[in-house]
Write a protein that binds this ligand. Structure first.
Ligand code: ZN
Ligand code: ZN
Length: 342
């Protein structure tokens, strides 16, 4: 089968022939229909995120496709089933794993980010059948981003629900693939009016279409004052930072009300500073959420299947052109998600 592999950091991926894996007992081989290209893979390729990866490795952790072959003992899926693949594989034994938070495993076995190859390939070997969430109506090519671009903001919003009080507004900073889903989930799950911030007017327009009541350009020097004006000086009850730079985190902290919550989702390399009686108000909670659980992926998939959640605009690119996708994402010229198709 064909796979796009990382042989050396800071170098383009190599599209090459590799042996097609055979599923062992309990394992499933899935023919990839689509693999969403995630921004964090750029950080991995450029070695900006330190993970102990055995190279060469096939990246790609946002996958969906069709069951191609099943190993001995597999009973829940059959050849031909359309599935979206949970990628936060774990050891099944540590504290986070046994409490249902496998994506936070003490020794992660993440698809395409560990010894397990990912989905920038024609096929992927999945270690456990329970990692597959069956699709009935959705096209797996379009459903692939559910596994990360939708799942990650879903968890961030769900964990902030106790803070999302409808007599306050909520703030979303950064409207890339994940931030756009963040806006959608806030509209589905909370009654708060939203203030959406990005430096791209095109992305602000998408956020308005998704239901954000207020949009502000992140380059505006009076951004903080404008958010405070929109909230009648009260501040927001919850801020979601899908960028995660020093600047965006500082902006989020500065406009969050007492008893509010700042959630960092973006891995932009910034550090959040909360100093009571200085830059932050009283009892502001901070959490950096990571990815989502298998249960949350089932919920996100159900919301998409029953059309409560509309899928983002998706662009498709063939596997052979994956390095062009990398370059385009680095330049920031992508409005929605790009899904790589073999
Ligand atoms: Zn990702
Ligand atoms: Zn574990």
């Amino acid at each position: 089968m064909k796979a796009a592999r990382l042989h050396e950091y800071k170098k383009p991926l190599t599209v090459e022939e590799v042996p097609t894996p055979t599923p062992g007992p309990g394992q499933v081989l899935v023919k990839i229909a689509g693999s969403g290209f995630c921004h964090s893979d750029l950080h991995v390729i450029d070695k900006e995120i330190e993970l102990p990866l055995p190279l060469p490795l096939t990246l790609g952790h946002e996958n969906a496709g069709y069951v191609a072959a099943v190993g001995k003992g597999v009973t829940m899926v059959r050849e031909g089933d359309a599935v979206v693949i949970f990628g936060g594989w774990g050891c099944e034994a540590c504290g986070p794993c046994v409490s249902g938070h496998e994506q936070l495993c003490d020794s992660p076995q993440w698809a395409g980010l560990s010894k397990w190859n990912g989905g920038y390939a024609e096929d992927i070997l999945v270690p456990k059948e329970s990692y597959l969430v069956k699709l009935s109506r959705l096209d797996p090519r379009r459903a692939a981003p559910l596994a990360d671009a939708a799942l990650t903001p879903y968890r961030a919003v769900k964990k902030a629900l106790p803070f999302l009080e409808p007599d306050y507004k909520a703030l979303v900073i950064g409207l890339g693939g994940l931030g756009q889903y963040g806006v959608k989930f806030l509209k589905i799950l909370s009654g708060c009016e939203l203030i959406a911030v990005d430096i791209s007017d095109e992305k602000l327009k998408i956020a308005r279409n998704d239901g954000a009541e207020h949009t502000l350009n992140g380059r505006d020097p009076d951004l903080r004052e404008k958010v405070m004006d929109l909230t009648n000086g009260k501040g927001v009850c919850a801020a979601f930072d899908f960028v995660g730079s020093d600047q965006t985190l500082a902006a989020a902290v500065s406009v969050t009300r007492s008893l509010g919550k700042v959630t960092q989702v973006g891995l932009g390399g910034g550090t959040a500073n909360l100093k009571v009686l200085a830059n932050s108000r009283f009892e502001v909670a901070f959490e950096a959420t990571l990815w989502g659980t298998l249960k949350e992926l089932r919920e996100v998939t159900a919301l998409a299947e029953n059309e409560t959640l509309s899928l983002e605009e998706t662009e498709f690119a063939p596997l052979d052109r994956i390095n062009e996708v990398c370059e385009r994402l680095k330049r920031g010229g992508v409005a929605g998600r790009i899904v790589v198709t073999p």
